[in-house]
Design a protein around this ligand. Structure first.
Ligand SMILES: NC(=O)c1ccc[n+]([C@@H]2O[C@H](COP(=O)([O-])OP(=O)(O)OC[C@H]3O[C@@H](n4cnc5c(N)ncnc54)[C@H](O)[C@@H]3O)[C@@H](O)[C@H]2O)c1
Length: 422
């Protein structure tokens, strides 16, 4: 199993197999992108794993590779069906809640469905978990949506929470119910506010996951559509690092309960495309469309708390993760051989990170009046050791090698006043 697992990434586990043998866990959403990696990793770490997902959901490659592993029990069911979830939760020590029936961009189309299928079903799950004696619930929340437009970068867990879509509101509400159940019933939990995961097994033809969607289009030679001018900055983290964080959250002795999980570094969409071009050794065709109102201009998570309390740090930088992802596609998707290392070397790509110059942010906030209203102050060190990348964008992309804190507002960060501050 460990050999199989290693083939899918750099997920060394903090917990040895013996520490987990005999423990049973439930992965709700076990055949999804993250769930399929998690199920594989947990089985490799000695857990008895029960995967629960919708019937007919096609298993992603990591999950399918498990075959008939006796440590993995596969249950088909609907998260909104209480009886089916009750059977799945029975006898579990840890429950990983990875189901989401909605996506950020479409969640505003039908908030009532979002609340009914995600929030109400999650509350029922907590009731069932309490009754079944589950020791900890690990919930995958969203670091990209619960904070809204950041006032401070990188965003700490204590930042104000002002989600701009139903998906983020529901994620936050589930977090609040987790805390309520802890207070009322002693149900232990850990929330992971995840940034933008990417990597092997991610669907290339999906409606979310910019890295995968761009990579797929680049490999198929299709034009890549970018909402806005490509200067929207996100925090991308490789799936192997995400899975490592989730597995640690299952057993870690923690003081806090909410953790940001990301790379802690920001890359503009144009930087993602530059990286893809370098890894593939080919140019992409890009078309820039009108910006979307719900896209916050920048999101970079402060991962210090996870580093301190979970003993976790991302191991792969963006370019390394991208190379792995692209290299995994030669058999699975395109039949085209991707020699990521050689392409990247030929193109002379530096793994420097691309940030938008803060002066440019204010020009790129047309779709977001709240962000546009704030002047920026930049504090921190910017180095230009990847100048060629920056130069190609006429000075609009900065390459950053150390922490840069962008303080948004009139020269001082607003104090953290989120409900979960503490
Ligand atoms: N991928 C991201 O960019 C990202 C970012 C932050 C947080 N998250 C969260 O992480 C979790 C996992 O994300 P993912 O990328 O693996 O998503 P995914 O869509 O690949 O996996 C979710 C799984 O849940 C299952 N599911 C959905 N509705 C169900 C239902 N009614 N009953 C049973 N199963 C159902 C789906 O079939 C799917 O296999 C989600 O909660 C998501 O909100 C994801």
């Amino acid at each position: 199993m460990s050999g199989l697992f290693m083939a899918w990434g750099n997920c060394g586990f903090g917990m040895g197999t013996s520490a987990n043998s005999g423990k049973t866990c439930l992965v709700l959403g076990g055949r999804g992108f993250i769930g399929s990696h998690l199920v594989t990793a947990l089985a490799a770490a000695g857990w008895r794993v029960r995967s629960f997902d919708r019937p007919g959901t096609s298993a992603l490659a990591p999950f399918a590779a498990l075959g008939l592993d006796p440590r993995v029990e596969v249950l088909d069911g609907d998260f909104t069906c209480q009886d089916q979830v009750a059977r799945a939760v029975e006898g579990c020590d840890v429950c990983f809640h990875l189901v989401s029936t909605t996506l950020p961009k479409s969640s505003n189309d039908n908030p009532a469905f979002d609340v009914e299928s995600n929030l109400v079903s999650s509350i029922r799950l907590l009731q069932l978990a309490k009754a079944a004696g589950v020791r900890r619930v690990v919930f995958l929340s969203s670091g990209g949506t619960v904070y809204g437009t950041p006032r401070l970068l990188p965003i700490p867990e204590t930042h104000a929470t002002e989600p701009q879509c139903s998906y983020g509101i529901v994620k936050l509400a589930i977090e609040k119910y987790l805390e309520l159940f802890r207070k009322l019933h002693g149900l232990d939990y850990v929330v992971l506010r995840l940034s933008n995961p990417f990597g092997e097994g991610q669907r290339l033809q999906a409606s979310q996951g910019a890295v995968a969607v761009f990579l797929g289009k680049a490999l198929r030679g299709e034009t890549i559509e970018i909402w806005g001018d490509g200067t929207v900055v996100r925090d991308y983290v490789h799936i192997s690092d995400v899975v490592e964080a989730i597995t640690r959250a299952a057993t870690a002795d923690v003081q806090s309960r909410i953790f940001n999980i990301g790379s802690g570094e920001g890359i503009a969409l144009n930087g993602v495309l530059d990286g893809i071009e370098h890894v593939l050794g080919q140019k992409t065709r890009r078309v820039y469309l009108e910006a979307r109102s719900f896209d916050v201009p920048v999101n970079i998570l402060d991962i210090g708390r996870a580093q301190r309390e979970l003993g976790w740090s991302p191991q792969l930088n963006f370019l390394e993760g991208l190379k792995r992802f692209a290299a995994s596609l030669d058999v699975n998707v395109c039949g085209c051989r991707v020699d990521a290392d050689r392409s990247a070397h030929r193109a002379g790509f530096s793994a420097g990170l691309s940030h938008r110059n803060p002066e440019e942010w204010s020009k790129g906030t047309e779709g977001n009046p709240e962000a546009a209203a704030h002047p920026f102050e930049l504090r921190g060190r910017i180095t230009a050791s990847s100048r060629p990348l920056a130069a190609r964008h006429e000075g609009r992309i900065w390459s950053v090698h150390s922490w840069v804190r962008f303080l948004i507002g009139p020269h001082r960060p607003r104090s953290s006043n989120g409900p979960e501050s503490g």
